[in-house]
Design a protein around this ligand. Structure first.
Ligand SMILES: NC(=O)c1ccc[n+]([C@@H]2O[C@H](COP(=O)([O-])OP(=O)(O)OC[C@H]3O[C@@H](n4cnc5c(N)ncnc54)[C@H](O)[C@@H]3O)[C@@H](O)[C@H]2O)c1
Length: 379
């Protein structure tokens, strides 16, 4: 077990500020987790990091006398992160297993899962282009296994992460994009394995609810960021942060004009848990922030400014031929539905969130680094 002064303990305390914000936003709804058993898939990933730390925070605070137990599953396709090993060692209520969800779920101990947070997928475009068939299998047969598990266990709720990518590249009059827009994606090409299988995943959730009464919840995340995202992930903000931390110019792979909105991890997780705990089955919710809709060039400039760096934003095309193929030009959610039906309100300002993400890397990641991720192995 990590000591009081270990990097792990210091990081855990530093992160509490984010979980406190979530606790006050979710307030009494969190009682739903008292003494419950939760499965988190994709536990070694970015959102897994957030969920597992938040649940550990709840057990140390609100749920002290009625702790929830967590089974954390991942196939470690990108390695087994050090934080997961340390968190599991420090958490008597957490069991970590290596499991490829494209394989049928093993009967662990006959106990049922009250909630399933199904985050396993290959989310970074750089990585899913390398593993397109694995991406497809995980998003389709993996999800099917999880829905089947929820059916067999009569789970209270299962959360499915679709994606804002399912909208493709909407026309200008569909931005900000609401859930009624049906999308515009290519079924062929380098992004199809992800976009199309995320769309079909929503259909699977809908069918399991219609046919079997499985209480599946569907969220469509819009670009999350914050502590827990691997520096080497390959998503835009981890790439930009790597440049800043190495005191290099920020390198844009596009001309800098595509726009996105960015949702800080505590806001995103709050939205996901509001959906999980809601009574809105098999219907989609955009979870993100509406503003600022910022170009990649301005995002790079903002990050340099937050970091107090004198470096510049420069352009250098990627060596990867498909890097920009079918890359959406604009992505910005309309979150009116989540606001009115879930009571969702994002709180974290982009500059503040970027500062916190950089601080996380500086204090707890950069020196230890990624690096120390253990090769995939049995937990
Ligand atoms: N973070 C975002 O901004 C964002 C945006 C849109 C959608 N999503 C979706 O949210 C979910 C979580 O995203 P994330 O950012 O944490 O992704 P991530 O890539 O950081 O983590 C996903 C995890 O799933 C695991 N995994 C992949 N295939 C698996 C398999 N077959 N069996 C078991 N584990 C497997 C990976 O090892 C990884 O640890 C994903 O479904 C993703 O598509 C996230």
């Amino acid at each position: 077990m990590a000591g009081e002064n270990s990097i792990f303990s210091k990081a855990e305390k530093w992160l509490d500020e984010d979980w406190e914000r979530m606790e006050s936003a979710l307030s009494e709804r969190l009682e739903a987790f008292r003494e419950k058993r939760v499965l988190v898939t994709g536990a070694a990933g970015f959102l897994g990091f957030g969920f597992l730390h938040f649940f550990s925070y709840l057990n140390r605070n609100l749920l002290k006398t009625g702790r929830l137990s967590v089974v954390a599953a991942d196939n470690y396709i990108r390695g087994r992160p050090r934080w997961l090993v340390e968190l599991a060692a420090a958490s008597p209520d957490m069991k970590v297993i290596r499991q490829d969800i494209t394989k049928p779920w093993p009967d662990l101990d006959g106990k049922k899962f009250d909630f399933i947070i199904h985050g396993a997928s290959i989310a970074s475009p750089k990585v899913y282009r390398r593993y397109p068939l694995e991406t497809l299998d995980t998003n389709i047969s993996g999800l099917r296994h999880m829905l089947e598990l929820a059916r067999l266990h009569h789970s209270e709720s299962i959360l499915y992460f679709s994606s804002s990518e399912m909208y493709g590249d909407p026309p200008a009059h569909e931005i900000p994009t609401s859930e009624v827009y049906r999308g515009n994606v290519s079924c062929l090409g380098p992004r199809a394995c992800y976009d199309e299988s995320k769309r079909l995943g929503e259909t699977l959730c809908y069918l399991y609810f219609q046919q079997h009464g499985v209480r599946a919840k569907i969220v469509r995340p819009f670009n999350n960021y914050g502590p827990g995202l691997r520096l080497a992930d390959g998503r835009v903000l981890s790439d930009f942060c790597s440049d800043v931390l190495a005191d290099r110019d920020i390198v844009l792979r596009s001309d800098g004009s595509p726009t996105r909105t960015f949702c800080y991890v505590s806001d995103a997780l709050t939205g996901y848990l509001l959906a999980l705990l809601s009574a809105h089955h098999a219907e989609p919710f955009n979870v993100g922030t509406e503003s600022p809709e910022i170009s990649m060039r301005d995002l790079g400039r903002m990050l340099l400014d937050v970091a107090g760096s004198k470096r510049h934003v420069i352009h250098a095309p990627s060596d990867e031929i498909d890097y920009l193929t079918d890359n959406p030009n604009r992505r910005c959610p309309n979150i009116a539905k989540a606001r009115s039906l879930l009571g969702y309100t994002p709180l974290v300002d982009l500059r503040f969130g970027l500062g916190r993400m950089l601080e996380w890397y500086k204090r707890f990641v950069a020196m230890e680094e990624l690096a120390k991720d253990e090769p995939g192995g049995h937990a």
